[in-house]
Design a protein around this ligand. Structure first.
Ligand SMILES: C[S@@+](CC[C@H](N)C(=O)[O-])C[C@H]1O[C@@H](n2cnc3c(N)ncnc32)[C@H](O)[C@@H]1O
Length: 218
């Protein structure tokens, strides 16, 4: 007999976190700085960061792009997966956030490894395309633009590379559980359908935290 209805998702997430997650000084100080700067607490969860690190390590990623930096928490998880000569370009449209996270990464010795690019993602992606192909991309910004970021990714992520996007479940809204911004929801649904049906991709949703859409570029 199944006892699943006695178990909550939070308890399972906590089980994974307790067993596998270790936050180094950098990750801990990002959390502290983010709170003291009053940044919205919308960064990825530690167990999601670990999953991203796991996937990037599995494909031997060296050159990665991230859309949506905020305080640099997910960037630091990505950086942990990269070899010494690896490089992350993380894109943030808020100039204040970009400046302060850039200064933080310089201070903690990650300035070489993590390049913070200030600007709107569509324009930044166009600018960096000539530096590709990249091994992976992680999207964590407003969902209306995910379909456009997918188009860019199909052209600029190498074969065998990874396309990842945060908030696959959007707090349950993808199955009608909660109301969220309708425009973003439609963007997310359209993006996820494209990942599911596009024959150039092997995709799925990894059900950790709020879900990560993940696809291998075939
Ligand atoms: C959810 S937060 C990113 C959280 C971060 N990935 C983490 O887990 O630590 C989204 C960030 O994307 C930025 N953003 C929103 N629209 C953007 C756009 N069009 N281009 C680039 N950045 C954008 C916001 O300013 C915000 O800091």
């Amino acid at each position: 007999m199944s006892h699943w209805n006695e178990v909550t998702q939070d308890a399972l997430d906590q089980y994974v976190r307790d067993l596998f997650v270790s936050e180094d000084d950098v990750l801990q100080s990002i959390q502290t700085e983010s709170r003291s700067q009053g940044l919205p607490q919308i960064h990825i969860r530690p167990e999601e960061g670990l999953m991203i690190q796991f996937l990037l390590t599995a494909i031997g990623a060296r050159h990665v792009v991230e859309i949506g930096t905020l305080g640099g928490y997910s960037s630091a998880w990505i950086a942990r997966a990269l070899p010494p000569d690896g490089h992350l370009i993380t894109i943030e449209n808020d100039p204040g956030r970009a400046r302060s996270v850039d200064a933080f990464f310089e201070r903690v010795g990650l300035g070489e490894r993590i390049e913070v690019m200030n600007g709107l993602a569509p324009a930044c992606l166009e600018t960096i395309a000539s530096r590709g192909p990249f091994d992976a991309i992680f999207m964590d910004a407003p969902k209306d633009d995910y379909p456009a970021y997918l188009e860019w990714s199909l052209d600029n992520i190498r074969s065998g590379g990874l396309i990842m996007a945060h908030n696959a479940f959007w707090g349950g809204a993808v199955v009608g559980a909660a109301w969220r911004d309708e425009h973003q929801l439609q963007g997310l649904l359209s993006f996820t359908r494209s990942v599911a049906y596009d024959k150039r991709l092997l995709g799925t949703i990894i059900p950790v935290g709020d879900g990560i859409v993940a696809a291998i570029r075939l």
